[in-house]
Design a protein around this ligand. Structure first.
Ligand code: PMV
Length: 349
């Protein structure tokens, strides 16, 4: 039997400028910017075996933490249908995917970005091995980002370390709605070693999936304004990243989190993903910043958990603040201590 395997680890990311609202198939209504994390990643092993007889059936099994998981399998099978036209060799192979996350189960941390990016990287490595060819794409990463985007928009950004941009912006050469690119604009040293402490307010699954949430933007009367705010915030953020202006960084990042959540509130039907603990944490962060003067801000994903962003030099002080003031609002006092990371890691083949 002709069996081979490929293994990648790929990180989760947190958006500073948020993507919310899409058009056509998985294309964003506005550009977004994120940092890739270091400690929160998905580890994916792709085992592929050449079929004895070629056929057009998609032969695929998905194992999560060593157990077959039919729920994930169904989701990924749908994605593979969209991916197949770009990887024509797939019909010739039986695929088995073994995946696990190193962040805790049910931590409320979205794993779609890390898992789709890890799998896209495995498939691109497989393409390289079986065909020696990367068709129509400038680079291996660009194709991986394109394929990951077809599964989950934010996954397109996890292909790169540090800062990544997905979505066309006139101020970022090479940016595209089709795939993410690493940010090559200058980044001041104030932002080079950002830490991200993730406070787990609740770990239960979201009431509204991101697929439904993006869809609700189509009838949100504030949607156009939101896309304008995101574009303008991205432009301002590029200046801020260059100048090192920490106060403006805080203002933009927090504005992005709150305007994302404003979209949840103003959708029809409206919904809210913040919990009382989320708001208490935000209030405490704001008064702590006022009194301490430290560079610390919060951001939110589509859920109740709060990400605290700050530079490494304040880590000791902020850890102490988290433990004494904020853990009381977390589910079982849970939090994940993460930081900006270098991107996916090829384990081997
Ligand atoms: O990638 P999706 O479709 O799960 O959307 C995620 C969008 C946010 O996480 C809320 C923001 C972002 O840009 O990551």
């Amino acid at each position: 039997m002709n069996t081979n395997e490929i293994r990648w680890q790929s990180p989760s990311n947190i958006a500073l400028i948020k993507y919310w609202g899409k058009r056509s198939f998985q294309l964003p209504m506005n550009p977004s910017l994120s940092i890739s994390l270091k400690q929160s990643f998905t580890d994916t092993r792709l085992v592929y075996t050449r079929k004895e007889r070629a056929n057009t059936d998609l032969s695929f099994e998905f194992y999560f933490e060593d157990r077959r998981n039919l729920g994930f399998e169904c989701k990924i099978r749908n994605w593979l249908i969209h991916v197949k036209p770009h990887l024509e060799f797939l019909d010739d192979y039986e695929l088995k995917v073994y995946s696990s996350n190193n962040f805790p189960h049910s931590s409320g941390i979205a794993s779609s970005a890390s898992s789709f990016s890890a799998l896209a990287l495995c498939l691109c490595s497989m393409e390289k091995e079986v065909t020696n060819d990367i068709n129509d794409f400038d680079s291996f990463e660009q194709k991986a980002s394109y394929l990951a985007r077809l599964g989950s928009g934010s996954a397109s950004r996890s292909i790169y370390g540090k800062f990544a941009v997905w979505g066309k912006s006139d101020l970022i050469p090479g940016s595209s709605d089709e795939y993410a690119i690493p940010l090559t604009n200058p980044v001041h040293e104030n932002f080079a070693d950002l830490c991200d402490s993730i406070l787990i307010v609740a770990s239960s699954a979201k009431k509204i999936s991101s697929t439904v949430g993006h869809h609700l933007m189509e009838n949100n009367p504030f949607a156009e304004a939101r896309y304008g705010v995101a574009k303008s915030n991205l432009n301002k953020m590029l200046d801020v990243l260059k100048s090192g202006d920490e106060k403006s960084f805080i203002r933009i990042v927090e504005n992005e989190a709150l305007s994302l959540h404003a979209m949840f509130l103003t959708s029809s039907p409206g919904y809210f993903l913040c919990l009382p603990g989320t708001l208490s944490i935000i209030n405490k962060i704001r008064s702590y910043c006022e009194t301490s003067g430290l560079f610390l801000c919060f951001t939110l994903d589509a859920g109740p958990n709060v990400h605290l962003l700050y530079p490494k030099r304040f880590q000791t002080a902020i850890h102490a603040f988290i433990k004494s003031e904020l853990l009381q609002y977390c589910e079982n006092e849970r939090w994940i201590d993460d930081e900006i990371g270098g991107g996916p890691y090829f384990i081997g083949s």
